[in-house]
Design a protein around this ligand. Structure first.
Ligand SMILES: Cc1cc2nc3c(=O)[nH]c(=O)nc-3n(C[C@H](O)[C@H](O)[C@H](O)COP(=O)(O)OP(=O)(O)OC[C@H]3O[C@@H](n4cnc5c(N)ncnc54)[C@H](O)[C@@H]3O)c2cc1C
Length: 373
């Protein structure tokens, strides 16, 4: 698997672009501990932002334009709070409309996924050798009619979390690269910049996505049942990113100690391990259930499918005559002046790939257009 890693660590956009030399440039100011409250306008021209900087409100004036890069969840929220978005929703919240753009916040997309996890036997764990947790992947074709080749992906994940139990649990994470579910949305919960927007992914609104996750799960189950995998794993279970999993994933001393104790039990006799996994890890569906009953498998997939953190498309790029387009091919917000969006929200459709590099490529392309290179 290709990773944007250096020395076993992820390289973020900030690490990759803001190198020591760039940071010394006189035309660059980086403001940390800063949360943007809102966009400033003179009519339909965006002229700056207001922000809380270390708890103090401050205005930043733009010399030419403002570039909004808050990601596919928060960029549409900024636009809607400023009065740029679907008229009905803005009116419901009493926000005066400065640009009626029905596409803002609509068509939120991600890659739907489902996971089959299992306990990794002691000698087979990778954590002694590397921090990397994804080593191999499998791209395959579902061969559903009308669906392009290579529409599916399986990431083989050798540990599931930072803590002691996470290092014992591996997953076959199947996700749909070419998804058709396009009815997700981001809406405002309130006008207050401090309240998080309401996010609905609706990941399985297209039946083809449900069908492919079900067949993908069965395929991974067949892999899981091979002698080679049985030798290094035990106690497979349909995995869910539940509230319990989220709570134990918070990095703190209590979770560190608790997971160390549980990990010791899991490394003990097989019967104790099975009991612990059934009692504390599995939620609702057992492996045997979903393998023998398609209704149970469907219910499990509907309940447990999640995205793979590739939120996109909520301010999509499109032609001037496309009523749902929010920005043009250079990220300029329709009907406004001095305001661009450059992030994963501008994708017209979620790419048939992971989204980090496509986002960087989009930014490179728009910056070239801006600087005339
Ligand atoms: C856990 C995780 C794992 C991922 N793994 C991969 C992977 O392996 N490969 C891959 O290709 N992609 C991966 N992705 C997806 C990839 O990171 C995203 O697609 C990409 O970062 C999107 O870029 P963006 O600029 O749209 O948004 P972001 O990278 O989210 O950037 C938005 C920025 O805006 C800031 N912001 C938001 N609101 C405000 C505000 N009011 N004031 C100030 N700042 C604000 C946020 O803090 C954030 O820094 C992963 C994502 C996550 C969350």
């Amino acid at each position: 698997m290709t990773h944007s890693n250096a020395d076993e660590r992820r390289v973020s956009a900030a690490m990759g672009y803001l190198d020591a030399e760039t940071r010394t440039r006189s035309n660059l100011t980086i403001s940390t501990d800063t949360q943007v409250k809102g966009l400033l306008f003179e009519g339909t021209r965006c002229v700056g932002v207001t922000a809380m900087v270390a708890g103090q409100e401050q205005a930043f004036r733009a010399s030419r334009e403002v570039i909004l890069s808050s990601g596919a969840i928060h960029t549409p929220a900024h636009l809607m709070r400023a009065g740029i978005g679907p008229v009905g929703h803005l009116s419901d919240l009493g926000i005066p409309v400065i640009a009626a753009l029905p596409g803002v916040g609509q068509r939120l997309m991600d890659h739907p996924s489902i996971a089959l996890s299992s306990f990794v036997r002691r000698g087979a764990r990778m954590n002694k050798h590397t921090r990397r947790h994804i080593h191999v992947g499998l791209r395959y074709s579902s061969n559903l009619p009308g669906v392009p080749l290579g529409d599916m992906f399986v990431a083989v994940i050798s540990k599931s979390a930072w803590h002691a139990v996470g290092e014992q649990i591996a997953s076959l994470l199947t996700f749909i690269n070419k998804t058709y579910s396009e009815t997700g949305q981001v809406k405002l919960a309130s006008r207050d910049y401090r309240s998080e927007p309401v996010v609905e992914f609706n990941l399985l609104s297209d039946k083809r996505d449900l069908d492919r996750l079900m067949s993908g799960f069965k395929m991974m189950a067949a892999v899981q049942m091979t002698d080679a995998l049985k030798k290094v794993t035990d106690a497979p279970f349909p995995a869910a990113y539940s509230d319990r999993v989220r709570a134990i994933g918070v990095v703190n001393t209590k979770n560190r100690i608790l997971t160390k104790l549980v990990a010791q039990c899991l490394d003990g006799p097989a019967a104790l391990r099975r009991f612990m996994i059934d009692k504390f890890v599995v939620e609702g569906f057992t492996f045997d259930q979903v393998m023998t009953d398609d209704e149970a498998l469907e219910a499990f997939v509907r309940k447990s499918a999640i995205g793979v953190w590739h939120a996109s498309c909520t301010c999509r790029m499109g032609r001037a005559d496309d009523p749902m387009a929010v920005v043009d091919t250079q990220g300029r917000v329709k009907g406004m002046q001095g305001l661009r969006v450059v992030d994963a929200s501008v994708f017209p459709v979620v790419p048939c790939a992971n989204t980090n590099f496509p986002t960087l490529m989009t930014a490179e392309k728009i910056s070239e257009a801006m600087t005339g290179q």
